[in-house]
Design a protein around this ligand. Structure first.
Ligand code: ADP
Ligand code: MG
Length: 696
């Protein structure tokens, strides 16, 4: 056990009770946890500002002055204390809403104070609310420099644990522990990127001597964190490549028949390239672990089917797992169309499947009679056994965890199946590198020929009549229209009401049209019925909630109207828009909102209007929301980053990945003495974790 494994209980001033708080509130147990509790910003105590220099744009300022005059303003619980702080240049108000009595008793006149806080401009005057106050004592050394500010919780604050408390604890650890703090990166990398040594970085991330050192410390620690994230992923990939065999799927008779006789359209060049990449993997004798990225409508289904044929042609089976029943249904429908032409047995297994159906499916899978199975999580159950599972296609939409992916592997104990992970929503590069950095990547970056880019416009609710006029023209030209309403659990009642009101007003405005309506409260068979009517062109307008986001493919639909567009996330808007533009006609997406829009909502709408590129949209989504909010990334665990921020640190990530790659190419087993720090650091990280190399 090293010095940094010491429990924080052993620090001065930290008894069992405080330690307990640190465990439960901040998950800090050891010295190591403590020094990795990095401050999220620093307060600038490097200088005193003159009162006439203060302005509202300053984050926190330090001023020196006297408050000879103060008064209580207002009465009862509205009472506040206002002190007028004066220096040689001017006056600023200090305001307390809490502790009014205490401060009015204890504030000293004719005494110079150091005052610290955030200036505001309010009612024509500058003021600081609840400033930190300290009597100025010229004899005493001042707490200067950049002071760390740490994340705290309400509970910690109540127990008088503040940034300063944490700072002092860390100071203690660093004073004792500096000799024990070992370098975690190899010399050449430190040299190449001019990184601060680990010790200096840790010292300066908490107690920076100046701004440039703080920046260098931050850079070094971000680099290190991303570097290890990449080393781990790339190392797993390497281990798998060396150790895990894959079935060889060389022969292609049915695939050839399919190509020659049933292919409904010419594949795009991107589709062909991706299929070649996959075929190469399937013939390599190694297990494939590949990520297939492609925008909505880029034609991933047929690629998945063709890969399944490769497995089937060689006596193996394929499965496709989707995160929701609706998606599973959609995939099943898509694949069945092709499978039926070739007489290939295909089935679907969902949580809602009947026991009797399941039994039949289970038998057919185990006997090998059924070649393709589509389903939800239900596929993971132990009772689902295969004669010879050769390929798992996982439609992720980043919703499955790594552990679940690993579970599918176990369905073939002799040779792990090949794995193809598909994502419908493009993921920003940085996220893909960290979430899926251990997979090979294929991208379908081309839409099928003849598709015109969708025109997207933003219209205010007040102009609804004009929008209706446009819709009428489209219907007269034989087109069909989606009108989508938001439906969010928290406001479900209101949302259903809006949907119904909307439906009625549309019915009134378009008496000549047949309408479909689809929402989550309907029975599956009713939904199905309505969708089919729309598909068969018996209805012209489909009014729906987001259930159609993934549900249908109607090439004749050319307009997507999204009501209350400001309430949707970017990737959801993009998904919805992807429902149109599937035919040869010009398609449109109309984003309806109120005049009043938040800044972020406006940015989302502007992004949608300005680009059709899913990757650009994903990048913007990441910028606006931050990685933690992107669906599904939280539970993946890969993104528990302490200091790096994927929405800002793309360049550092690129460097870190390149270094990790080069390093592993030269020294895959990390045996060279120079890479000793890496080996040791990985071992210490491993102790806390599961065996990552076995999890795809
Ligand atoms: P996604 O990538 O969103 O899953 P799909 O696989 O559902 O896309 O394909 C969208 C539509 O495009 C489907 O109707 C499909 O039949 C059609 N499609 C796929 N590839 C091509 C192609 N190469 N040429 C023309 N149409 C295609
Ligand atoms: Mg699809």
């Amino acid at each position: 056990m090293g010095f940094f494994d010491t429990k924080i209980e052993f620090l001065k001033g930290v008894g069992p009770q405080r330690a307990d708080l640190f465990h439960t509130e901040l998950a800090i147990f050891t010295y190591a946890d403590l020094i990795q509790h990095y401050p999220f910003r620093h307060e600038d105590r490097t200088r005193f500002y003159k009162i006439n220099e203060v302005n509202e744009s300053m984050p926190f300022v330090q001023i020196r002055g006297k408050a000879d005059y103060f008064e209580t303003v207002g009465e009862g619980h509205k009472a506040r204390l206002v002190a007028y702080l004066v220096d040689s240049t001017g006056e600023i108000e200090l305001v307390w809403f809490k502790g009014v009595q205490w401060f009015s008793k204890n504030l000293k006149r004719h005494t110079e104070y150091i005052v610290f806080g955030k200036p505001q401009f309010f009612g024509g005057k500058y003021s600081i609310v609840h400033p930190e106050m300290e009597v100025y004592n010229p004899g005493e050394p001042q707490e200067g420099g950049l002071q760390p500010v740490y994340n705290l919780t309400e509970k910690l604050r109540k127990k008088q644990i503040e940034s300063k408390t944490i700072g002092k604890m860390i100071r203690q650890v660093l004073d004792m522990g500096c000799p024990h703090l070992r370098e975690t990166l190899p010399e050449p990398i430190i040299g190449q990127y001019s990184l601060l040594p680990k010790r200096d970085a840790i010292e300066n991330i908490h107690f920076p001597k100046n701004h440039p050192l703080l920046e260098q410390a931050t850079f070094r620690l971000k680099f290190e964190e991303l570097f290890y994230n990449q080393i781990r992923l790339l190392k797993n990939k390497l281990v798998r490549r060396v150790e895990y065999h894959g079935q060889v799927f060389k022969s292609v008779p049915t695939l050839t028949t399919f190509y020659n006789e049933h292919l409904p359209f010419d594949l795009t060049n991107a589709q062909k390239r991706v299929i070649r990449e996959i075929y190469r993997d399937m013939c390599s004798g190694r297990q494939m672990n590949r990520l297939l990225q492609g925008d909505v409508g880029s034609g991933k289904t047929i690629v998945a089917f063709i890969c399944m044929l490769m497995a089937i042609d060689n006596g193996a089976q394929g499965c496709m797992m989707a995160p929701t029943e609706i998606l599973a249904d959609q995939h099943y429908t898509g694949l069945k169309e092709f499978a039926d032409q070739l007489g290939i047995g295909i089935g679907i297994l969902k949580g809602s499947s009947k026991v009797s159906e399941r039994r039949v499916l289970h038998e057919k899978l185990e006997s090998g009679e059924m070649k393709i199975i589509v389903g939800t999580h239900a596929l993971l159950e132990d009772v689902v056994k295969f004669q010879n599972l050769g390929l798992c296609v996982i439609d992720e939409q980043h919703r499955f965890g790594v552990a679940q992916r690993a579970k599918l592997w176990q369905k073939n104990e002799e040779v792990y199946p090949h794995v193809l992970v598909m994502t419908a929503t493009p993921i920003p590069r940085t996220l893909a590198m960290t979430l899926y950095g251990d997979l090979d990547v294929s991208v379908i970056d081309e839409l099928p020929a003849g598709r015109k880019p969708i025109k997207t416009v933003h219209r205010y609710d007040a102009h609804r009549l004009r929008v209706f006029g446009f819709l009428r023209e489209q219907v007269q030209q034989g087109r069909q229209i989606y009108i989508v309403y938001p439906l969010i659990e928290e406001s479900e009642k209101m949302d259903y009401k809006n949907l119904m009101d909307g439906y009625e007003s549309i019915a009134r405005a378009f008496p000549e049209c047949q309408l479909s309506i689809v929402h989550g409260k309907m029975k599956p068979q009713d939904k199905d019925f309505e969708m089919k009517r729309f598909l068969k062109r018996e209805t012209q307008i489909m009014v729906a909630t987001t259930v159609i986001e993934v549900g249908v493919n109607v090439p004749n639909a050319s307009v997507m109207v999204i009501e209350n567009a400001e309430r949707f996330g970017l990737s959801q808007l993009h998904q919805l828009r992807g429902r149109v533009g599937r035919g040869a006609d010009q398609s449109y997406c109309v984003l309806m909102t109120d005049y009043k829009l938040s800044k972020e909502a406006r940015q989302r709408i502007d992004t949608m209007v300005s680009t059709n590129n899913g990757f650009e949209i994903a990048d913007m989504d990441l910028k606006l929301r931050g990685p933690g909010d992107i669906e599904g990334t939280q539970q993946s665990g890969v993104l528990d980053l302490l200091i790096a921020d994927l929405s800002k640190d793309a360049l550092i990530l690129q460097d870190a990945r390149r270094s990790a790659q080069e390093l592993l190419e030269n020294d895959p087993e990390l045996v060279s003495p120079q890479n000793g720090p890496i080996r040791r650091h990985i071992e210490s990280l491993r102790k806390e974790e599961t065996n990552w190399s076995r999890i795809s």
